[in-house]
Ligand binder design. Structure first.
Ligand code: HT7
Ligand code: ZN
Length: 862
């Protein structure tokens, strides 16, 4: 497939004023599209041919102004239709026939369970009919859906229902009209036999909005959390951004088979069922949080994405980075700032930092792509959100919000660019944001190195800061970027020393803005060498090097107010101990960590959720990103050793905390469960029978967080209790697909026994079905969280993943390409094993591949 370049952007040659679609759902589905087209007055060339995108359907008819065209009147390629001569303004009628039953890509119109549904972002609409499938062509849509009334009693599309009725032969129809202009990627259609749960929301201006969730019959009782989350999101956007919902109806449909988390189609969101359905018996507290944030994310897109959309897919972060930032702020406001921030940063460091250092590294605003689906990445989403966060840090929250409002006002109903977003903030704040243009345009994680010195005679404390950037693969020079570094200085009694602003380096109290390669900050009038802490709240997406002593880290862990900085100190202490154990066995760093944790445990517990995060050990995949080259066997042994040492050093408090795992819902109980689960996880490594028995008992808890916590704790321990607990869990939840995913993930992630063989047999398991959630649970967990098995010395883990990718690529390239991420990092693995992984890539590259998989494999082999 051809590479598409951002620099080649051209305005659309034709605009679409109105789209009328008629879906006739039978064995196959016939789609009649009537498009009111006209030449774009902004494009100079007068006689450009009409070129439309389309693929994967049968074409039955093409007519211009009701004159049916013969095959000689147009040209078709694999993915285009071209009509050389058309009037300046005309109606185009296209009739296509689709086979949703056979559509395994889960793009366009496809079947999930007994319902038919669509997924059009990024380019799925052109699997339905010929159309200019690009986000800068906005149109008004009217949709008629007709189907069998018994099989498909519910017929939905975007906007408002305007008409419906019965038809002969047991059929019926509904007509929908969406009054808002939209690009075709926001089109949606659902036909199914679904239960509807309805509620209402009154907007700030007093309008009544009907909220409808459509789910499989039997799942009605699992909707209240998603419904409540939606109402909270609606209220938050009104209160914080002054943004109100704009239609009278908001619909959410839960689908079992879905390539991603959810989709923000105008007025008709489609969701992966795992981000809608929850009950305390089937969903963990983490699942509850995930639902709240994805529901909010899709809702926030109504303004940042739908009312103002993207000019082209290179601008994807314009809607995704901004909307992730908005959903992060929502969750932080509702559920506590520090813990939520810690979880976001953990995700950023574990997934985005490695991506930004690997073969698929790309700027937040990419310059080119082969397959746009490969660019729905942690870089575009999470690093994009970090850039928006830095802009807010610099401008201040009120100015930032005014800037977003200005951007929405100026571009409402149109397709915009990242440049437009920055320009609106510049106009609002009067500040030049050129530095942020560089954040959007170059890949890589900057490194900030800080050194300090204290001069007792002059009483000056001096910080030297330096930013550096790894060279670009193409040799292009890297530019310096603005890096806001929130910091704190404390005296020996732990009291905060306030540092007053000294623009431009210190634009606000306790905020350094490192814009050039190097900067020096002199802080006068300091009585003794202070204890510094940098990047409070993780104020910039950078790696930070500062030679903290163990004593400094311990004091940060115990006494710093900023929860994030406390966690960071705990992480550094754990990493130091881990490196020591890996290199030479326990020594000073291990002692320092255990001593610090014992002191932490001896204090009264104030915030259980934060304490759980402070105690949580870095994951295998995070540790893997910290060692070069990766020797998985050494890494996992050192991590196991650290787990056991912490368990032995803290047995007393861990036993107390692990015993308090309440089964009732609620935030404070969730915090208790989080602390109990992490405690039980450590304790289990002692393999004391009494603890193993507790695990077995708790795995049968009616509360899923408690049960899943116990299973997670037991999962790497080879003992009869684990077997019994896993078997019982399977029997209990065999008919609950979302819970069964958890069982499959646990099995795929377990360090015990022969992991590769177990994963192979999971793929043959009678309860295995190859839908995206299940595939992610098995294969995604295998490569990300089971380092020991995946990196087995003979390369069997790599071959297993490679074979599965080749197989899946024939049915669902998007899912296959996601799994490729497990193959990309071969250069970071210890030799000669790296060659075994490379051989799998070479083998794949010699097979026929989709553009999705081909692009990733090709880049990994460069
Ligand atoms: N805007 C959506 C991104 C998306 C997607 C969703 C479901 C299936 C396939 C998809 N391709 C792209 C989701 C979001 O970020 O809100
Ligand atoms: Zn999104």
């Amino acid at each position: 497939a051809a590479e598409v370049f951002r620099k080649d952007y051209r305005l659309p040659a034709f605009l679409v004023d109105q789209v009328d679609l008629a879906f006739d759902i039978r064995e196959r589905t016939t789609v009649q599209a009537r498009l009111q087209l006209r030449r774009n007055p902004a494009v100079a060339i007068a006689d450009e041919p009409l070129v439309l995108d389309g693929r994967g359907f049968d074409l039955l008819e093409v007519a211009v102004d009701d004159r049916r065209l013969g095959v000689g009147d147009y040209q078709r390629t694999d993915d285009r239709l071209q009509i050389a001569v058309v009037p300046d303004r005309f109606t185009l009628r296209i009739v296509t026939q689709l086979d949703p039953e056979q559509n395994t890509t889960l793009e366009g119109l496809y079947r999930s369970g007994s319902m038919l549904c669509t997924q059009c972002e990024a380019r799925g609409f052109s699997r339905i009919t010929y159309y200019p499938d690009r986000p800068d062509v906005l149109s008004r849509f009217s949709v008629r859906v007709e189907a069998d009334a018994q099989r498909f009693p519910v017929l939905l599309s975007n906007g408002n229902p305007v008409e419906s009725g019965a038809l002969p032969d047991g059929r019926h129809y509904t007509v929908w009209d969406d009054p808002f202009l939209k690009p075709c990627y926001l089109f949606a259609l659902v036909a199914g036999d679904l239960a509807c749960i309805e509620d209402h929301y009154t907007t700030a201006s007093g309008r009544d909005v009907a909220l409808r969730f459509y789910v499989d019959h039997g799942n009605e009782a699992r909707v209240p959390h998603a419904m409540a989350s939606l109402k909270r999101a609606m209220r938050w956007d009104e209160q914080v951004y002054g943004l109100e919902y704009d239609l009278d109806l908001y619909m959410v449909v839960a689908a079992r088979d879905f390539n991603m988390g959810a989709m923000e189609n105008k007025g008709l969101n489609l969701f992966n069922a795992r981000y809608v359905l929850a009950s305390p018996q089937t969903a963990t507290d983490a699942d509850y949080d995930g639902i709240e944030s994805v529901i909010a994310h899709e809702y926030f897109h109504n303004w940042t994405g739908n009312r103002v959309t993207c000019r082209d897919w290179f601008q994807l972060s314009l809607k995704e980075g901004l909307t992730v930032f908005r959903d992060q702020c929502f969750s932080q406001d509702l559920n506590g700032e520090a813990v939520h921030r810690i979880q976001s940063v953990r995700q950023l460091r574990t997934v985005q930092f490695p991506e930004d250092a690997g073969p698929m590294a790309h700027p937040v605003r990419p310059d080119s792509y082969v397959e746009i689906n490969n660019f729905y990445t942690a870089t575009v989403y999470e690093k994009g959100a970090e850039i928006v966060r830095m802009i807010q840090t610099l401008l201040g929250r009120d100015t930032f919000i005014a800037g977003v409002q200005r951007y929405l006002r100026e571009h409402d109903g149109s397709a915009a660019t990242i440049e437009d977003f920055l320009a609106a903030h510049e106009a609002e704040s009067g500040r030049n944001l050129d530095g942020f243009r560089r954040w959007y345009s170059q890949p890589g994680t900057p490194l900030v190195t800080i050194t300090d010195e204290y001069d007792a005679r002059s009483r000056v404390y001096r910080l030297r800061l330096k930013q550096s950037h790894a060279p670009s693969p193409n040799g292009a020079p890297k530019q310096m970027v603005p890096i806001p570094i929130r910091f704190a200085l404390r005296d020996h009694d732990g009291r905060r020393i306030s540092v007053s602003p000294q623009p431009p380096l210190l634009p606000a109290p306790d905020l350094i803005l490192l814009e050039d390669e190097e900067a020096v900050l002199n802080v006068p009038d300091i009585g003794s060498s202070p204890n510094p802490s940098f990047l409070l709240g993780f104020s910039a997406p950078v790696r930070l090097q500062f030679a903290y002593t163990s004593d400094q880290l311990v004091s940060l862990l115990l006494d710093e107010e900023d929860g994030f900085a406390r966690w960071e100190a705990a992480q550094r202490l754990m990493l130091n101990a881990f490196f020591e154990l890996q290199a030479s066995g326990p020594g000073d760093d291990t002692r320092a960590l255990l001593d610090a944790l014992q002191r932490l445990a001896a204090r009264p517990v104030e915030d259980r959720a934060l304490l759980a995060e402070l105690l949580r050990m870095p994951s295998e995949s995070y540790l893997a990103s910290q060692v070069q080259p990766l020797d998985a066997a050494r890494l996992t042994s050192a991590r196991d050793a650290l787990r056991l040492r912490i368990a032995q050093a803290l047995t007393g408090p861990l036993s107390v905390w692990s015993a308090a795992a309440p089964e009732e819902p609620g935030a404070s109980n969730a915090a208790r469960r989080a602390l109990a689960n992490v405690s039980l996880w450590y304790l289990m490594s002692t393999r004391v029978n009494r603890v193993l028995d507790i695990g077995l008992k708790q795995a049968a808890s009616p509360n899923m967080t408690v049960a899943f916590g116990a299973l997670t704790a037991l999962n790497d321990i080879d003992c009869p209790q684990r077997e019994a607990a896993m078997d019982a869990f399977l029997q209990r939840f065999r008919h609950e697909p979302l819970v069964l995913d958890k069982w499959f993930a646990l099995q795929a992630g377990s360090a015990i026994g022969q992991g590769v063989e177990r994963v192979r047999s999971l793929l043959q398991h009678p309860d295995f079905t190859p839908n995206p959630n299940r595939l992610r649970a098995v294969l995604g967990t295998f490569w990300r969280e089971n380092l020991r098995a995946y990196h087995r010395a003979d390369g069997a883990g790599y071959r297993l993943l490679g074979d599965q990718i080749a197989h899946l690529d024939r049915s669902n390239p998007q899912i296959a390409a996601r799994l490729c991420d497990g193959l990309l990092g071969w250069k970071d693995i210890v030799p000669p094993q790296n060659q075994l992984l490379r051989a799998v890539l070479v083998d794949l590259s010699q097979q026929p591949l989709s553009a999705d998989v081909g692009e990733k494999i090709g880049k990994a082999l460069l």
